[in-house]
Design a protein around this ligand. Structure first.
Ligand code: TPP
Length: 576
């Protein structure tokens, strides 16, 4: 059967099981947009290509399936570079199709030509310029294979206009043959044995769980390991939900804005069991001073992560789920064989002491004070279904979201961790809701972030995707303001926005959403309840919050985790 390259491309996406793609057409990709009309794949027309990329990411976060975006050449391709980089940093499976000028015009500075493959080389797991229509099915098949196996990531396929228009003989490759690409999934048995012995011998162990747990669908295996060994678990910003916050062994988030207990337990540990985590600088603080007494077991699917930041005592390359399952078997065998686990009772009682003395806390607002952002989050948390998907932007509101929510299920937390992309939340929430229409999806956004991609709410209204957005409107680029207050002597340079301009309620209404405004604590709950009831269009709530509020605890950038700064009320009498 003869098809055009464009038809073959769309057919290949169908063969890959793609149900939805996010995009915006233009000259170079025009031939590919034509067969979309006849395809069962749902196409969601975005208002900016950055939105398409983040929607694809949100979809992938919430479903585990690859997100797909399709855009034209030149400025469209450069507009999607930020989401590509974001997906690359957070290991999100995504396939992006870009149009390209006709192959004969490449290199002539033709209208809307850009070297997309060159520009995106360092922010994609793989990218490819298609030069022959006959190659399209194979290249698409490989793109999905690469995006979703090993360490997941974004793959870009660049399709010149004449390649899309040319004819080809349709086929579908039965298998993928990439000789240079063979991710190691099974951990080395000797290393796993060694890890099991170390775990049972440790007196102060901590499991340091990262986003890799979620990518590997390893949440259940993690729980089994933690319960079998009675070892506490910290969940990084990317791993929130991988281990239930309500579990007695959960210590919450480590790192720059982590809980005192999580940060301190890692610092004092004699063994860190790092599972799908990458020793990010936001977790380690000053690397030389990080967990000085700890031996390290490091499990990661990506061999490049081994020893990148901290030299492991036991490196294990493999899929987190498979490796943890093996570890559990090995530990059981040792225990059955008479090996005893070292006594961890003194350690457990120290951990409970930290927990009791240094819980997460903030000063509630007094009569007539501005709304506290943490209070808004507590109210949201307590008045939404427990399986609600929470999506955040980047800044103070992101840290409060991670701190004050209770994540008890995997895949309920969607955020931009590695790149820290302002403008992520509105489009990512839309993508998450498209992937999980059965779930309630709330975006918690900053006023600064919201202004970067809010126009995608037009997309949400048009496509009837009823996401809910809580803007924590402190009239500042809050996180930057916090740094200027603490480290630049309160010299506030270029961080003031405005509480009223734009008028968020009117803006929301203009985009087809319901807009609500909340200024006082007693208005918070009624607004949330009202928003929860609306299911036929997006809702935006403008919460006017206290600009002076800061995120605590905090480890100042580049400092040791020993220098953690507690909230003012806890500073007297801190143990370390
Ligand atoms: C695209 C982008 N530009 C700049 C930054 C740097 N930055 C990090 S947080 C932040 C402030 C965010 O302000 P807002 O959205 O109002 O949230 P808040 O911190 O007040 O909760 C800025 C400017 C960034 N992370 N991303």
């Amino acid at each position: 059967m003869q098809l055009t390259g464009a038809q073959a491309l769309i057919r290949s996406l169908e063969m890959e099981g793609v149900e939805v793609m996010f995009g915006l057409p233009g000259g170079a990709i025009l031939p590919v947009y034509d067969p979309i009309i006849d395809s069962p794949i749902r196409h969601i027309l975005v208002r900016h290509e950055q939105g398409a990329g983040h929607m694809a990411e949100g979809y992938a976060h919430a479903t585990g399936r690859p997100g797909v975006a399709i855009v034209t050449s030149g400025p469209a391709a450069t507009n999607i570079v930020t989401p590509l980089c974001d997906a690359y940093m957070d290991s999100i499976p995504m396939v992006v199709i870009t149009g390209q000028v006709p192959s004969t015009a490449i290199g002539t500075d033709a209208f809307q030509e850009c070297d997309t493959v060159g520009i995106t080389r360092s922010v994609t797991k793989h990218n490819e310029l298609v030069m022959n229509a006959q190659d399209l099915p194979r290249i698409v098949r490989e793109a999905f294979h690469i995006a979703t196996t090993g360490r997941p990531g974004p793959v870009l396929v660049d399709v010149p206009k004449d390649v899309a228009q040319a004819t080809m003989d349709w086929y579908w490759p039965e298998s993928v043959d990439l000789p240079g690409y063979r991710p190691t999934t099974k951990g080395h048995p000797r290393m796993i044995k060694e890890a099991a012995r170390l775990i049972l011998a440790s007196r102060r162990p901590v499991i340091y769980a990262g986003g890799g747990i979620l990518k590997a669908r390893a949440a259940e295996a993690l729980r089994e390991l933690a319960e079998l060994t009675d070892i506490h678990v910290v969940t990084t910003l990317m791993a929130r939900g991988a281990f239930p916050d309500d579990h007695r062994l959960c210590l919450g988030m480590p790192g720059m804005h982590g809980s005192y207990t999580a940060v301190t337990a890692m610092q004092e540990a004699d063994l860190l069991i790092a599972l799908g985590s990458r020793f990010d600088d936001r977790v380690t603080g000053k690397v030389d001073a990080f967990a000085p007494d700890a031996k390290v077991i490091h499990v990661d699917i990506d061999p490049a992560e081994q020893g990148k930041v901290r030299k492991p005592d036991v490196p294990i390359v493999g899929d987190c789920r498979l490796v943890i399952e093996e570890l559990v078997r090995e530990i059981r065998a040792l225990l059955d064989g008479g090996t005893e686990q070292a006594d961890t009772s003194a350690w457990r009682s120290r951990v409970s002491g930290w927990r009791e003395n240094y819980p997460l806390t903030y000063e509630p607002s007094r009569e007539g004070d501005a709304l506290k952002p943490q209070f808004v989050l507590e109210q949201l948390r307590d008045n939404t279904p427990s399986d609600t998907i929470l999506v955040s932007g980047v800044g103070q509101h992101q840290m409060w979201s991670s701190q004050y929510w209770r994540f008890n299920e995997p895949y309920t937390w969607v955020n931009s961790g590695g790149l820290g992309t302002m403008g992520f939340s509105v489009p990512a929430a839309i993508g998450a809701k498209v992937g999980r229409p059965d779930r309630m999806v709330w975006a918690v956004d900053g006023d600064g972030c919201f202004q970067m991609t809010a126009q995608e709410l037009v997309t949400a209204s048009t496509e009837r995707i009823p996401v809910k957005v809580a803007i924590l409107n402190n009239a500042y680029l809050g996180m930057v303001r916090q740094w200027q207050e603490m480290f630049y002597d309160e010299r506030y340079s270029e961080v003031y926005l405005s509480p009223d301009l734009p008028d968020y309620v009117k803006w929301a209404e203009a985009m087809g959403c319901v807009g609500l405004r909340v200024e006082a604590p007693e208005e918070v709950l009624p607004a949330i309840e009202k928003a929860n009831e609306i299911d036929d269009r997006p809702v935006v709530i403008d919460f006017r919050t206290d600009a002076r509020e800061k995120v605590f605890p905090m480890v100042p950038a580049g400092r040791s985790n020993d220098d953690i700064v507690l909230p003012p009320a806890q500073r007297e009498g801190a143990e370390r």
